[in-house]
Design a protein around this ligand. Sequence first.
Ligand SMILES: Cc1cc2nc3c(=O)[nH]c(=O)nc-3n(C[C@H](O)[C@H](O)[C@H](O)COP(=O)(O)OP(=O)(O)OC[C@H]3O[C@@H](n4cnc5c(N)ncnc54)[C@H](O)[C@@H]3O)c2cc1C
Length: 392
Amino acid sequence: MFFENIDFSSLELPPAALKLRDEVRAFLRQEIAAGSFVPHLGHAEFDSAFTKKVAARGWIGLTWPKQYGGQERSYLERFVMTEEMLAVAAPCAAHWFGDRQTGPSLLRYGSDYLKDKYLPAITRGEMAFALGMSEPGSGSDLASVRTRAEPVDGGWRVTGQKVWTSWAHKADAFFVLCRTAPLTEDRHAGLSQLIVEIKNSSGVTVRPIRFMNGNHHFNEVFLDNVFVPDDHVVGEVGQGWKQITSELALERSGPERFMTTFPLLVELVRRLAKSDDARAQEMVGRLTARLWTLRRMSLAIALALDPSSGKQGSVDLATEAALVKDMGTFYEREIIDAARVLVTVEPTMDAADTFERYLAECIVSAPVSTIRGGTTQVLRTLIARRLLGSLK
Ligand SMILES: Cc1cc2nc3c(=O)[nH]c(=O)nc-3n(C[C@H](O)[C@H](O)[C@H](O)COP(=O)(O)OP(=O)(O)OC[C@H]3O[C@@H](n4cnc5c(N)ncnc54)[C@H](O)[C@@H]3O)c2cc1C
């Protein structure tokens, strides 16, 4: 049966999550009032100073063991915090990859050495990670990556090219998926994950790829005979595929996948507050109901991922997460469509009016959400396979 691993019964957030929500809201109100950041929609900005402030409150690695700088709090608390950050488009990129993917991967597969070296630095907001998976010709089909690592005395020499690497120009290190053994019939065998310290390694070149609005978010990264010591291999050599696919539920199921245009919805409702247009009321009503449904689905996955569920690591939530991401990213676009249909404006990126600026930023960045973290077609194939399998 589909969705057998997660529970949709009604859910009251526990007092700890409600308390944290108030704290995060107060912090963000204060930051916005102080002008510490200007919200921009489309993708989270990279702001090390903001990340350090979040870290000082203990909000990075919230669910991780205290031994590594975490707080051992629940996934629901982490969910609530992420949701609040997204609601005001806070600039979280300097810690989100580490908090959401790198840290949990290290906790699951990393050696004690790697955990000690990186996890506390991530929770202190001192170390930012990027993700080196995609390559020219290898995005959806990650098993075809051609970056290779050759064994040498004391480690590996890595050569290849990564592409679309978000924030590689600012990150300290990145996880590199590469081939450590030649390609065989079993395409998933022979892949490994290594940590390359971008700023401290010779042979790494980072080149910008700019968005059409000129923004620098992602890059090409060239690796030319880069030395990576043995102790920077994550998990087991040759098990990279299994490791990377287990991260996907983390990457695809969170509010990041349906809330990136949420501030536009808020501004749209403000604009329409005095309108008695029945069509506007119906569209906003539908969008609000859909948001609530997506949130409930996403929360259900967060609950199943929580160690207290007893399910962590034992169930595969990749399909459920794919469904949240697919429905979520189309939902984000529907907010943009509703704003365009219901309000007649010519949005510009430098508009003084927040609604107009948000709308312009959303229109320009709209194509990315259904590509990053897995394309629509690939996600739907995954969902269909599971669904058809379960109908047999
Ligand atoms: C904003 C943004 C940030 C990103 N950040 C990162 C990052 O930090 N690190 C990183 O490694 N990557 C990153 N990516 C890359 C992203 O993961 C890839 O773009 C994505 O996985 C798609 O791969 P591709 O671009 O090679 O397209 P392709 O895989 O070549 O796909 C091209 C088209 O073919 C379709 N297609 C491919 N295979 C199939 C199939 N089997 N069946 C049906 N249709 C298929 C796809 O759906 C798509 O429409 C980012 C992308 C974006 C947009």
